[in-house]
Design a protein around this ligand. Structure first.
Ligand SMILES: [Zn+2]
Length: 213
């Protein structure tokens, strides 16, 4: 079955959230300089590139990324095409969708098509999920939401109401997906965050597998 890697490559070119640590990848040991091996050192926020937000991102006693049950991160998932949207994902955009009891949903928007999503500088005019839309998904029983933006929430949403609503209900958020080449439809999702103890999030390799016919 075909696999889609929907993870953004991490490099120093990738946009980072304003004021977050910048991405640094450098060789601590370098074969070309006579060292015995190449050893890369990395420095970055855990919210870099394709990553999972654990409840602890906004809730002090919330689940940390290493405490997330793996069975929520692997399983049936729907990619929803919202390429027609220009500003945000609102409740009215979701109501016509038949989620059919699916608990994992990924939103493909124009963000995935933009060159500025893959290269610095960071662009704040991405398409995000409104708090009302998040509430609708919570009430529909959704337990994992992914989006092709560095935040699921609009840049100007000062109180982080969307993050709070989702994370207080232990709904897993995947941010920074690359859905450019993935057709809408149902897949098996495999999203495995690095097991960082007690962390509020982690870089995550995210793969979709076509379902067998
Ligand atoms: Zn995040």
């Amino acid at each position: 079955m075909k696999l889609y890697d929907i993870t953004l490559p991490i490099s120093e070119d990738l946009p980072v959230w304003p004021d977050d640590p910048s991405i640094k990848l450098s060789l601590a040991f370098d074969l070309s300089k006579g060292d015995a091996a190449n050893v890369t050192e990395i420095q970055m926020s855990v919210h870099t590139g394709t990553h999972i937000d654990a409840p602890r991102h906004f809730i002090p006693e919330g689940l940390a990324v290493d405490q997330l049950p793996l069975d929520g991160l692997i399983g049936l998932c729907r990619v929803v095409d919202l390429l027609h949207l220009k500003i945000s994902i609102d409740r009215v955009d979701l109501e016509p969708l038949d989620l059919g009891g699916l608990t994992r949903i990924l939103f493909k928007t124009q963000n995935s098509l933009k060159e500025g999503y893959r290269k610095q500088p960071f662009q704040s005019d991405y398409i995000a999920l409104s708090t009302q839309a998040a509430e609708y998904l919570k009430n529909a029983g959704v337990q994992l939401i992914g989006i092709d933006a560095f935040s699921i929430e609009a840049y100007e949403n000062i109180g982080h109401a969307t993050h709070h609503l989702l994370l207080e209900n232990n709904i897993i958020i995947i941010e920074g997906l690359d859905l450019k080449d993935v057709p809408a439809g149902d897949y098996e999702l495999i999203a495995l965050p690095i097991k960082l103890k007690d962390a509020d999030g982690a870089p995550t390799r995210v793969v979709l597998r076509e379902l067998s016919a």
